[in-house]
Design a protein around this ligand. Structure first.
Ligand SMILES: Nc1ncnc2c1ncn2[C@@H]1O[C@H](COP(=O)(O)OP(=O)(O)O)[C@@H](O)[C@H]1O
Ligand SMILES: O=c1ccn([C@@H]2O[C@H](COP(=O)(O)OP(=O)(O)O)[C@@H](O)[C@H]2O)c(=O)[nH]1
Length: 340
């Protein structure tokens, strides 16, 4: 038998003990419960029984579909709609905010339904190494194969620059000079991306690539994530400068990155040695560093990375075609004239 789904309800606002039920406007068709009952409009009293953040109630709420309200409802297990719907379907496409149903009126509290427990801290592994060491490549393979989520600090900064917000010009200036962008910007982007994934029910395992690049980055992280939070493991990709140069020049042919040239690379390498190596040493003293010799062949590097991530990986899939391309085991498919 497959494991039933669990949904987690995060609540902000007041008046919750009086909440009778929740609904999401939806055109989803009615669902049949395990006992074969089609869900219909019902009435129920009392409190909603959910897995509350204060841990006082550990009962899972039932989810049902109301034909009359054209809405998914979450209701108490012992109420009028007292049957449990257990299934292996994904949560109906309704992550985000649910409306509160209270005897026909909608008071203020804001409810989010999540597929993972928001009280669990995200499990983070930092991935550091010189520019071109292969961090992005291996993180993407880990995402495809092992169920990790990949957050590249550099990609987030480039996306923010492209979006053209208030910090765009400043980000461009730092990236061009190979310098480290002020941490409040970077850590804010990482946190936002992480929250979006968690709220959409994503897995809690995150590879944070290219961060923290300095002691300042690390203190900025602790300010946002809490100094008491566990110190993440760090994968450190070791690779000598001549190999990095070769790889960056190879990447320059397709990356379109303004800093993929020898001049920027040398500046980035100086920043890396002066500012990033000290933070690697801090983690090393804590016994948190796993060294990966990333000057080796991609498949060897992947074997090392996979082994290092094994304790937390939630799956181990056969290599996808894309992973095989990333690992140099097959050529990239030729692009058509539209660039696809
Ligand atoms: N082990 C490896 N051997 C040879 N080339 C590699 C290896 N790992 C990555 N590359 C290539 O080197 C370039 C830089 O890799 P990338 O993952 O983008 O580095 P980073 O994210 O550390 O800057 C890419 O073109 C990538 O395909
Ligand atoms: O936490 C970060 C990550 C990246 N960067 C900037 O983004 C550039 C590119 O970083 P990325 O990790 O994408 O590339 P890499 O240098 O590893 O090739 C760096 O040189 C920095 O200017 C930054 O300031 N803070």
């Amino acid at each position: 038998m497959s494991t039933p789904n669990s949904w987690f309800v995060s609540v902000s606002g007041s008046g919750l003990p009086e909440v009778d039920g929740l609904y999401v406007p939806s055109q989803e068709p009615p669902k049949e419960s395990e006992s074969g009952t089609m869900s219909t409009l019902g009435y129920w009293n009392g409190k909603l029984a959910w897995d509350r953040a204060d841990g006082k109630s550990l009962r899972n709420p039932a989810l049902s579909y109301s034909n009359s309200y054209k809405a998914w409802r979450l209701c108490r297990l012992d109420g009028h709609l007292a049957y449990t719907i257990e299934n292996s379907d994904p949560l109906p496409d309704t992550p985000g905010t649910w409306d509160v149903y209270r005897k026909g009126v909608a008071p203020a509290p804001c409810i989010s339904v999540l597929a993972s427990d928001p009280r669990l801290a995200p499990n983070v592994v930092f991935v550091l190494g010189g520019p071109g060491a292969g961090k992005g490549t291996m993180c993407e393979v880990a995402m495809n194969q092992l169920g990790w989520r990949h957050l590249s600090a550099g990609d987030l900064l480039r996306a923010e620059r492209k979006a053209g917000g208030a910090d765009a010009a400043l980000i461009e200036e730092y990236i061009e000079a190979g310098k480290i962008v002020p941490v409040t910007i970077t850590v804010g982007l990482i946190k936002k991306a992480m929250n979006a994934i968690i709220e959409a029910g994503g897995a809690p395992n995150f590879l944070v690539d290219g961060f923290p690049r300095s002691l300042e980055n690390w203190s900025g992280w602790r300010e946002v994530f809490g100094a008491a939070a566990a110190v993440p493991t760090m994968l450190f990709f070791e690779c000598p400068l001549p190999v990095l140069e070769q790889r960056i020049l190879g990447r320059a042919k397709y990356s379109g990155r303004s800093d993929d040239n020898v001049e920027s690379l040398r500046k980035r390498f100086v920043t890396y040695k002066e500012e990033t190596m000290p933070i690697v040493d801090v983690f090393r003293k804590e016994g948190k560093v796993v060294d990966v010799d990333s000057s080796r062949d991609r498949q060897d590097v992947w074997a090392l990375v996979k082994e290092a991530l094994k304790p937390w990986s939630t799956k181990d899939e056969p290599l996808t075609e894309r992973s095989e391309c990333l690992l140099g085991m097959r050529p990239w498919p030729k692009r058509n004239k539209d660039g696809e």
